[in-house]
Design a protein around this ligand. Structure first.
Ligand code: WTA
Length: 650
């Protein structure tokens, strides 16, 4: 690949407006890695602390004693930083601009004053129901302002929220409620999306059957649709109306947990990623401001869902800590038609637009007319996140959406990292289609040889991506399982945080993320563990064994490919394939529905019984010419059958 093939340099206008230009980046980056304590002590001043931190950084990446602490002796309240402190200067400025699913329904502009009132009301309701410091609250909500109120209400009283994406099934919700021992679930009657409605309350009822009887359910009336109510349920909309409009904010330690967010790993069930208060907020605020070059008066829009980390850091916490106007959208990109995103951009004069490559590919496929019908002249910066972006989609985003005017920030990061780790900054870096480019301040990427774990010093390098030091937004632990945290991220490559991603550094020293090197797949920007899909499949009575891998998919990035061995005597049929697709959908949620199922009389295993996934991946990718060494297989013949009957012949 020729790295110099295409490089886009920022315009003079972009550079002169930017918070950080090239020279400033170089100077700040050098200081951030040479003197992290000094650098971050300075950056911490972005926040209003009750007690300013004096102990800045205390980090140990040694497997067996991993400990990550930032700003440890500082105290603050996250909600106070995202709301109260703006009241003196921005009370009447819009904090949240809410655009409902149905374009006919009016949008809402919630000012910082109203945000304060609503957060306090909800915090008081939570307190009335016995929620206090350290208690866990699960949120299972549509993309409505109440989702942000609920997150901030928890932060205000020191409770820890765990948002569960509204597309997850009752079982997945129940597991997450039990996983963190939540006292309360906040949900809504129904979630409208794409003209349809998901029955969130009835899903919650199903989930709660498997939870402690004392778990309370607080229900936002979003649609007023018919739902069943039990003795434990609380009409949150009514309770908020009756609640007091002020609620004191708790003084929290910088290292007190702010939230838990479950995410998929390469083994076992999803793990609860824990983020804490001070470091996370400093990092979310700083990255939001600098990566998107946000200024007063901007209308910033991130299309993610608050159920994912992107929604946490770049819809709620980062923008609100910065006193920005953040647009929150309840719908999706293609309803009522593929012009919706662009109509919303025009309607609200959006300045920064941040979305996922899968959405770009889907919209690109619908043709340019859906874009060119809207006035997009307000746009200044475009962003992407979630997976590597292919050059064709990048070019379309740049030409058709950005009209060659808007720098594209391809932001590489993870649930675990709290905020952007590698990304171009609009006024500081040129961009290359498909490259995440350069590390953010304080971030020290290294490329390791996968086998030996040796750091590759040459500028041009290819291997796995790890990080040599901590940054304030890094996760601190896995909820209830610190050992799993250490084993997942710090065991394989000693002394580093291991990302799970492959990466290439080009001759200019720019970083290209090449995708996961473990058993995590990225389906339409949703992160999924193949192990989760496998365990859902084998839970079906007709399934004896299953192996799941990703394969390249034009729109989704990766699709879900399942090899299934049926119980003896069960007949394979297309109906059964459909049944299994529906089954997985019900067990996990619509995002986990298998795309392709192949009946596998046997799976390729080593003599010790380990499934050789490398081979299964190759067959699913239709790249079976290069299967590599199959001599260690217990029964090499199964491979021929799998190739013969492969489902992806494209
Ligand atoms: C992938 C989403 C390439 C990567 C914020 C990572 C990316 C996983 C990019 C984390 C990008 C995210 N380029 N790959 N710009 N951004 N990824 O936890 O594989 O849902 O490990 O966090 O998405 O997904 P997660």
């Amino acid at each position: 690949m020729n790295d110099h093939a295409k490089t886009f340099t920022p315009s003079d206008a972009t550079v002169s407006r930017a918070h950080v230009d090239h020279a400033r980046y170089a100077e700040m980056y050098a200081r951030s890695v040479e003197d992290p304590e000094g650098f971050w002590a300075e950056e911490a001043k972005r926040l209003d602390w009750r007690r300013a931190p004096t102990r800045i950084k205390d980090v140990d990446f040694t497997h067996g004693s991993v400990s990550i602490k930032w700003f440890e002796d500082g105290t603050l309240n996250v909600a106070e930083n995202c709301v109260d402190r703006h009241l003196a200067t921005r009370a009447e400025q819009t904090a949240i601009l809410w655009e409902p699913d149905d374009p006919e329904e009016p949008a809402q502009a919630i000012t910082y004053r109203e945000l304060h009132e609503n957060v306090c009301r909800m915090a008081n309701v939570l307190k009335d129901h016995g929620v206090g410091r350290g208690d866990r609250v699960v949120l299972y909500l549509p993309m409505i302002p109440e989702a942000a109120y609920a997150m901030l209400a928890c932060a205000r009283i020191g409770a820890i929220h765990s948002v569960v994406f509204a597309g997850f099934s009752p079982d997945a919700l129940g597991q997450r409620i039990n996983g963190c021992g939540a006292k309360v679930v906040i949900t809504a009657d129904e979630a409208p999306r794409g003209g349809r409605k998901t029955a969130l309350k009835s899903n919650t009822d199903k989930a709660l059957i498997h939870c402690d009887d004392r778990v309370k359910c607080l229900v936002v009336k979003r649609t007023g649709g018919q739902t069943t109510w039990t003795g434990q349920d609380v009409d949150l909309t009514a309770a908020m109306r009756d609640a007091a409009t002020d609620c004191p904010a708790e003084e929290m330690g910088a290292e007190d947990p702010l939230f838990i967010l479950y995410t998929s790993g390469s083994t076992g069930q999803p793990k609860g990623v824990v983020h804490t208060s001070g470091g996370y907020l400093v990092y979310a605020a700083m990255t939001h401001e600098i990566t998107f070059d946000v200024h007063d008066g901007d209308i910033y829009w991130c299309t993610a869902d608050v159920g994912w980390v992107t929604g946490h850091s770049y819809i709620v916490y980062g923008p609100l800590a910065n006193g920005s106007t953040t647009l929150m959208f309840e719908g999706g990109p293609t309803w009522p038609d593929a012009s919706r995103f662009w109509q919303v951009c025009e309607k609200h004069a959006v300045t920064q637009f941040y979305t996922a490559p899968t959405a770009i590919r889907a919209l690109m496929g619908q043709g340019d007319a859906y874009v060119t019908g809207s006035d997009l002249s307000s746009l200044r910066i475009l962003g992407t996140v979630g997976e590597p972006i292919n050059p064709e989609a990048w070019a379309w985003y740049n030409d058709v959406v950005g009209q060659n005017r808007c720098p594209i920030v391809d932001t590489y990061w993870q649930t675990e990292t709290g905020g952007h780790l590698i990304t171009p900054l609009p006024g500081a870096h040129a961009t290359k289609p498909g490259a995440a480019m350069q590390p953010f301040f304080g971030v020290r990427p290294v490329v390791l040889e996968p086998e030996s774990g040796k750091e590759i010093d040459d500028t041009e390098a290819s291997g796995v991506l790890a990080f040599a030091d901590s940054w304030p937004g890094q996760m601190r632990t896995v909820w209830g399982d610190h050992e799993r945290f250490e084993n997942t991220y710090f065991q394989q490559y000693k002394g580093y945080y291991f990302s799970g991603d492959g990466c290439r550094r080009d001759a200019d020293g720019d970083y290209w993320i090449t995708g996961r090197v473990d058993d995590v797949i990225n389906v339409s920007g949703h992160r999924m563990g193949t192990a989760e899909v496998e365990s859902a499949l084998v839970a079906h009575e007709k399934v004896a064994e299953a192996a799941v891998v990703g394969y390249p998919h034009d729109v989704k990035g990766q699709g879900i490919y399942c090899y299934v061995t049926l119980m003896t005597g069960v007949e394979a049929s297309d109906e059964l394939k459909k049944e299994l697709q529906t089954w997985v959908r019900q067990e996990i949620g619509p995002i986990a529905k298998p795309d392709l199922i192949q009946w596998a009389p046997g799976l390729p295993k080593t003599r010790s019984g380990k499934i050789m996934r490398r081979i299964l991946r190759k067959i699913a990718e239709n790249d079976y010419g290069s299967l590599g060494d199959t001599s260690t297989l217990a029964d090499p013949a199964v491979v021929d059958d799998l190739i013969e009957n492969r489902q992806n012949k494209g």
